[in-house]
Design a protein around this ligand. Structure first.
Ligand code: ADP
Length: 253
């Protein structure tokens, strides 16, 4: 069952289309990675799904009573609040009754591994702790759809592993859509890949479908110049090749 259906979704700023005619669906209980280099349109797409930005055209159809959690790429915390106060506030904003908000916030902070930091002010949190806190505020109301904008790209390998494991342990019927510019983040936990480039969806399907569709065992992504191509390639653990301004990513083992 699809809980989200996106049809020809487009966003333009002035003359420039930054998201172009995207069509895809998210099935209940699945995890989808929105992959693409910086500037591809990932944040814009997630913001439209989170209802923080209106589309220029196209439609987003959500299942009835769908609750959404959103983790922005750069979440803002109030440094003078404790983690518990912050997540309790997020719980109330998400519609949890005041008398239940504290308990729910406490449980969520335990779930993300911040039980010992609950009463510390968020201003003193490390990057990894902030990422967990951001996740806590996004899931405190147990949303059915979780939208995560680059949730792990900025973390070291241990931090990524931990957040990946947390995401895997979410309730089975939670649908997750997360963006990343790092391909190997998408290799596990992901049922569907959506490759974006210059606002367009250039590939879509399960990892095996994407692999099978390519007789040429590479996905070719063109960048504006070689420096950008090298920079993108450098971040991947998949062995990629750079030729001029193109990155060739192997999609077969
Ligand atoms: P990504 O998340 O893949 O890095 P974004 O969705 O942030 O990509 O941006 C896609 C493109 O849209 C970029 O070229 C960016 O400069 C442009 N863009 C994003 N927000 C705005 C805005 N508010 N006004 C004008 N251009 C924007």
């Amino acid at each position: 069952m699809n809980i989200v259906e996106v049809e020809k979704l487009t966003k333009h700023y002035g003359q420039e289309d930054v998201v172009k005619q995207l069509s895809f669906a998210l099935e209940k209980g699945t995890a989808t990675a929105l992959i693409g280099p910086n500037g591809a349109g990932k944040t814009t797409t997630l913001s439209m799904l989170a209802d923080l930005l209106s589309p220029s055209s196209g439609t987003i159809t959500l299942a009835e009573n769908l609750t959404i959690g959103f983790l922005p790429q750069y979440p803002q915390f109030f440094p003078w609040l404790t983690a518990l106060e912050f997540v309790e506030m997020a719980a109330k904003i998400s519609g949890i009754e005041t008398r239940k908000a504290k308990l729910q916030a406490t449980r969520t902070l335990e779930f993300v591994g911040l039980e010992t930091a609950m009463n510390k002010k968020t201003g003193a949190f490390s990057g990894g702790m902030k990422q967990r806190l951001g996740l806590a505020q996004a899931i405190v109301h147990q949303p059915k759809l979780l939208l995560l904008d680059e949730p792990i790209s900025a973390l070291d390998p241990t931090g990524r592993r931990e957040i990946m494991d947390l995401l895997k342990s979410l309730q089975q019927d939670t649908t997750v859509l997360y963006s990343t510019h790092i391909l190997n983040d998408a290799e596990e936990m992901t049922d569907q890949l959506l490759f974006m480039k210059d606002g367009c969806l250039i590939e879509q399907g399960s990892l095996s479908e994407v692999k099978n569709r390519h007789a040429d065992p590479h996905i070719r992504i063109q960048f504006q110049n070689q420096t950008q191509a090298l920079d993108f390639a450098k971040r991947q653990s998949w062995k990629s090749e750079v030729k001029e301004s193109f990155v060739f990513l192997p999609v077969h083992e």
